[in-house]
Design a protein around this ligand. Structure first.
Ligand code: LLP
Length: 438
């Protein structure tokens, strides 16, 4: 949580710039990213691997926040990139991201998306199911290209996080199930295929995870399987990708681990597995999203109406809500906020922050202590950098917010605010022929 305020004006500073000035310049709601912090997070992951001298790739999971500007930053930081759709791939290519460092995920890639990725010469596909294996072979044959793949395995690990965002359970739509033998079948299939080049295996156990245990257990399961494959068909993966999911701080109670801890413990566990199986240490790949951009983003809203129900609750409304941040409504996610124009004033009043959408569940924060607020003041909500803009929507035909990058004392608009014309730009008029019939 970035809460600098060493200016005389009592304003929240984001990357050294007053959040109030940003709000006045770009309007609200506004998502402001501290780019220095994003770069720091990338560096932390890279340093952690470098310390161990382990061949690796750290792929930014662009689903957390995807735009041309963030992809450019990832390119500058030497990161790889995880995309899950033609749209994310198109963004990456438009940003000039090196295609060979792009990994294409997803449980239902279309043939058109696969063709687009192959034409762009992306690094690899993370294959989710047998349907996709066959589709990849088909496109490989048609284009006369060999396709590099990782196979996504579901190791049956339940990570400690919110139920809706678990993706590593057995009963999950993602990946080849290891327990039932689907994983073995997929390996055999890929090894036999003349169109597919099997680079290795992948798993992802969930998101917003605060301990290392789940990751270590997943690695144990993966290496148990590797031992079996080594004995049965002399197959040893060159790459083991352990996904993303490293937790961040949203509210004071959250206690994220230093990012290097995850890497240190995983590397140690994998080294041990490689030694005991007597195999070459594989390359370790990870794909963090939230932990790269989450805490770097702050959303600035303007405060509007209020409703005080005596002895019950005071609602304070802001000019955004579930249209720019779906997480509280969808996952009951918690956030911390301050009054950006009076950041050091004492909190004296308990209020609940309501969004402006026509939906009772559009509540951004329940029961937060703030200084007594007035309409026109600015509320800054912290840690909105991941899965905020990327899940923003036009419910109630509310335009998506603007996004600004702040770095080195400079603010740069990187996503324009949608306009009302943008909202109707794909709408076409309708004229019923029923009315023109004579
Ligand atoms: N790799 C795979 C295969 C994933 O499915 C995900 C996230 C990631 C990497 C990145 O995970 P991260 O490091 O960002 O936790 N919308 C939800 C999160 C959904 C996560 C989906 N997969 C939220 O707002 O909390």
């Amino acid at each position: 949580m970035v809460k600098e305020s060493n200016n005389n004006l009592n304003h929240l500073l984001i990357g050294g710039i007053s959040a109030v000035d940003l709000a006045k310049k770009y309007g609200t709601p506004l998502i402001a990213y501290d780019v220095e912090l994003i770069r720091k997070r990338c560096q932390e992951f890279k340093d952690a691997f470098a310390k161990h001298g382990i061949a690796n790739q750290v792929a930014y999971a662009s689903k957390a926040f995807c735009s041309i500007a963030i992809v450019q930053v990832m390119k500058e930081e030497g990161m790889s990139l995880d995309v899950v759709s033609g749209g994310e791939l198109h963004t990456a290519l438009s940003a000039g991201f090196p295609p060979e460092k792009i990994h294409f995920h997803g449980n239902n890639k279309s043939k058109a998306e696969i063709e687009m990725a192959i034409d762009a010469n992306i690094g690899c596909f993370v294959v989710d199911n047998f349907y996709e294996l066959a589709l990849l072979e088909e496109v490989g044959r048609e284009k006369n290209k060999r396709i590099s793949v990782l196979l996504r395995m579901t190791p049956g690990i339940e990570a400690h996080t919110h139920e809706y965002i678990l993706t590593g359970q057995e009963d999950s739509k993602f990946g080849f199930d290891l327990l039932s033998g689907q994983g073995d079948q997929a390996i055999v299939y890929a090894l036999k295929s003349s169109e597919l080049d099997l680079l290795g295996i992948h798993c992802h156990i969930g998101s917003q995870i605060f301990e290392t245990t789940g990751f270590i257990l997943a690695a144990d399961k993966m290496f148990e399987a590797i031992g079996k494959w080594k004995d049965s068909f002399a197959y040893v993966p060159k790459v083991v990708n352990l996904g993303g999911g490293f937790g961040i701080r949203y509210v004071q109670e959250d206690e994220p681990l230093p990012l290097s801890r995850y890497v240190d413990e995983l590397v140690a566990a994998i080294k041990q597995h490689a030694e005991s199986l007597d195999i070459k240490m594989p390359e370790i790949w990870i794909e963090p999203g939230r932990s790269i951009v989450g805490e770097a983003g702050t959303t600035i809203y303007q405060i509007g109406s209020e409703k005080d129900i005596p002895n019950v609750r005071k609602y304070v409304s802001i000019d955004g809500g579930m249209s720019d941040n779906l997480r509280p409504a969808l996952y009951d996610a918690k956030y911390h906020a301050v009054i950006a124009n009076r950041v050091n004033d004492d909190a004296s009043e308990k209020v609940s922050i309501a969004g402006k959408c026509c939906e009772t569940g559009d509540m951004l924060i329940w029961d937060i202590m703030l200084p007594k607020v007035e309409a026109g003041e600015y509320l800054a909500v912290f840690s909105t950098g991941a899965y905020g803009y990327s899940m923003a929507n036009n419910y109630n035909r509310i335009p998506r917010p603007a996004v600004v990058f702040v770095e080195n004392g400079q603010d740069t608009l990187v996503i324009k605010r949608e306009t009302y014309d943008d909202i109707v730009k794909n709408d076409l008029p309708y004229k019923s022929n029923a009315l023109t019939k004579n």
